[in-house]
Design a protein around this ligand. Structure first.
Ligand code: NAD
Length: 473
C-alpha cells in the first residue's frame, strides 16, 4: 500500500467518525434540507458539465461527449429531480391496520434515514454510478462517503473537489485510492454499504461487510443475453442490439453480452450488426463518438478474447478499419464472433467491451436452457413481436431486469427498481427503491392505557383461550 493510500485510509476513518457524530446530532434531516442537497447535486452537474465531461474523457482516452451527457450528467440531474419531486410522499409514515386485540392501537411504518453510507463505485460510468447512489442516500436523509474507482482518477478528483465545495465533510465526502483503500473501506462499520462493481470483488465486499453485519446493496455484473426469437426481423434486432452493445464501447453493465439467434441466422444477424456499426461509426478509430477502452489492461484483455477466437479458426466479423489508428486510440472496433466455443473466455467472462458473440439455438427451449444453465444475469433481452413468446421467455428465466424489443433503457425509467439477482447482485435502487435502500423502515405500535390484549396476560383465563382458538381457525 502506498503512503498516499495509507493517508486516505486514516482520513476516511476520521471522516466516518465525524459523519456518525453529525448523524447523531441530526437523525432526521428535514425534508427541505434534503431537497436542497438534491438541488446542489443537480446544480453541480449543470455548472461543471464541461469539466466533468473532460475529466471522464481524459480517463478513458476518449469518451464520446454525448454518452457522458446522456448517461452521466442528464441521468444524475433527472434522478435528483425525481427524488426531490416524490420525497414528501416517500418519506411519509405509512399507517397499517392492527388486529382486533390491539384496537384502538395505531401501527405505523416510519421511514427513517439508515445513517452513514459507504458508496464504492466502478470506472465504466464513473460519475453516474457514484452520484446516483449518493442522490438516493441524500434523499433518504443519510450521510455518505464515496470511494470511486482508481481507473478513473481525473473523474475521482473532480468529484472530490465538487463535493468538498458543495457539502460539509461530515455530510458528504470522497476518498480516493485503489483496492487497498476499497478493502479497508469495506471493513468499516457503515450503516449501509452500497457497492457497484464486479461480481468477483462484490463477493469480497459482502464477506467484509458480514463481519460487522453491515447491510449491503451489491450492484454487480454478469453476462446479459439477448435472445432473438424466430419471428423477429434481422435488421431491427441488429439496430437495437448494435446500439446497446456499442454505447460506451460495450463498457456497460447491462450491455447485451451475447446473442442467441435461431440456428442458421447467426451470420446474417452478425453481419447486420456490423453494417449498423459501419453506418454509426464509419471511422470508429478516429471518430470521437466511439469511446475508447478505459485502460491498457482492459484493452489487452479484450484483444486476447478476439485472438483466442481467431486462433481457434472461429469467424470474426469487423468493419473495415485502420488497426494502427484504433490501437493508438485504444479502441476495439465493433466485433462480432460467430459461434465461439462455450469454454472460450468470451463465453465465460463478462465481456465488457464491443465484442459480441452470437450462438445459435434450434428451439426457443434450447435458448432458455442456455440461459438457465448459467448464473442469473443482470439483464435479459428478448426480441419477439409475439407477446406470448416474449412472455414465455420472461416466465422461464430469471434476471435482474429485462427488456422486450429494447435493451439498456429499462434503467432509465426512474420508477423501475434497478438491480441484479443471485450472482448479478442483491438489493436495488433508482426511484423509491433507491430511497428505501438507504432507509430503515421502523415499525411502531402505539396504544393508549388500555387495549384488549392486556387481557392476554397470565394467569391465562377463558378470554386468552378464546382468542387463541379464534386465531388458529
Ligand atoms: P471492480 O469490482 O474491479 O471495482 C469496483 C470498485 O471496487 C472500485 O472502486 C475498486 O477500487 C473497488 N475495489 C477493488 N477491489 C476491492 C476490494 N477488495 N474491496 C473493496 N473494494 C474494492 O469493478 P470495475 O472493473 O470497476 O467495474 C466493472 C464491473 O462492474 C463489471 O462487472 C460491471 O458489470 C459491474 N457494474 C455493475 C453495475 C450495476 O449497476 N450492476 C454498473 C456498472 C458496472
Amino acid at each position: 500500500m502506498s503512503e498516499a493510500e495509507a493517508k486516505q485510509i486514516e482520513r476516511m476513518k476520521s471522516i466516518l467518525a465525524a459523519q456518525k457524530a453529525a448523524f447523531r446530532a441530526e437523525r432526521h434531516r428535514p425534508l427541505d434540507k434534503r431537497k436542497h442537497d438534491l438541488d446542489k447535486i443537480a446544480d453541480l452537474c449543470r455548472k461543471n458539465a464541461d469539466a466533468i465531461t473532460d475529466a471522464i474523457s481524459q480517463d478513458f482516452g476518449n469518451r464520446a461527449r454525448i454518452e457522458t451527457a446522456i448517461a452521466e450528467l442528464a441521468f444524475v440531474i433527472q434522478d435528483a429531480a425525481h427524488i426531490k419531486k416524490h420525497l414528501n410522499k416517500w418519506a411519509k409514515p405509512k399507517r397499517v391496520g392492527v388486529p382486533l386485540t390491539l384496537m384502538p392501537g395505531k401501527a405505523v411504518i416510519r421511514r427513517e434515514p439508515i445513517g452513514v453510507a459507504g458508496i464504492i463505485s466502478p470506472w465504466n460510468y464513473p460519475f453516474q454510478l457514484a452520484m446516483a447512489p449518493l442522490a438516493a442516500a441524500l434523499g433518504a436523509g443519510c450521510r455518505a462517503i464515496i470511494k470511486p474507482s482508481e481507473y478513473t482518477p481525473a473523474t475521482a478528483e473532480i468529484m472530490k473537489r465538487l463535493i468538498a465545495e458543495n457539502f460539509e465533510e461530515d455530510h458528504v465526502s470522497v476518498v480516493t485510492g485503489g483496492p487497498a483503500v476499497g478493502q479497508a473501506f469495506t471493513t468499516l462499520k457503515w450503516d449501509h454499504l452500497f457497492y457497484t462493481g464486479s461480481t468477483q470483488v462484490g463477493r469480497l465486499v459482502a464477506m467484509a461487510a458480514a463481519d460487522n453485519l453491515v447491510p449491503v446493496t451489491l450492484e454487480l455484473g454478469g453476462k446479459s443475453p439477448a435472445i432473438v426469437a424466430p419471428d423477429y426481423p434481422t435488421e431491427q434486432a441488429a439496430k437495437s442490439i448494435g446500439w446497446g452493445k456499442l454505447f460506451n464501447a460495450g463498457q456497460t453493465c447491462v450491455a447485451p453480452d451475447y446473442v442467441l439467434a435461431p440456428n442458421g441466422r447467426e451470420r446474417e444477424i452478425g453481419q447486420a450488426i456490423i453494417d449498423v456499426a459501419q453506418h454509426q461509426f464509419p471511422e470508429a478509430a478516429s471518430d470521437d463518438a466511439y469511446t475508447s477502452i478505459v485502460s491498457d489492461r482492459h484493452y489487452e484483455r479484450l484483444n486476447a478474447m478476439i485472438e483466442e477466437a481467431r486462433a481457434a479458426g472461429i469467424e470474426v466479423l469487423q468493419p473495415e478499419h485502420d488497426s494502427q489508428a484504433a490501437q493508438a486510440a485504444r479502441k476495439i472496433p465493433p466485433t462480432v464472433v460467430i459461434d465461439p466455443p462455450e469454454d472460450s473466455a468470451m463465453m465465460i467472462e463478462e465481456i465488457f467491451g464491443p465484442i459480441l458473440p452470437i450462438k445459435g439455438y434450434a428451439e426457443l427451449e434450447g435458448a432458455l436452457d442456455f440461459v438457465n444453465d448459467r448464473e442469473r444475469p443482470l439483464a435479459l433481452y428478448v426480441y419477439s413481436t409475439d407477446k406470448t413468446q416474449a412472455e414465455r421467455v420472461l416466465d422461464e428465466t430469471i434476471s435482474g431486469g429485462a427488456g422486450v424489443n429494447i435493451n439498456l433503457m429499462h434503467l432509465s425509467v426512474p420508477d423501475l427498481p434497478f438491480g441484479g439477482v443471485g450472482a448479478s447482485g442483491q438489493g436495488a435502487y433508482h426511484g423509491e427503491t433507491g430511497f428505501r435502500a438507504f432507509t430503515h423502515e421502523r415499525s411502531v405500535l402505539s396504544t393508549g392505557k388500555w387495549h384488549p390484549s392486556r387481557l392476554l396476560a397470565p394467569p391465562y383465563g377463558k378470554f386468552a383461550e378464546r382468542v387463541a382458538q379464534r386465531q388458529m381457525k
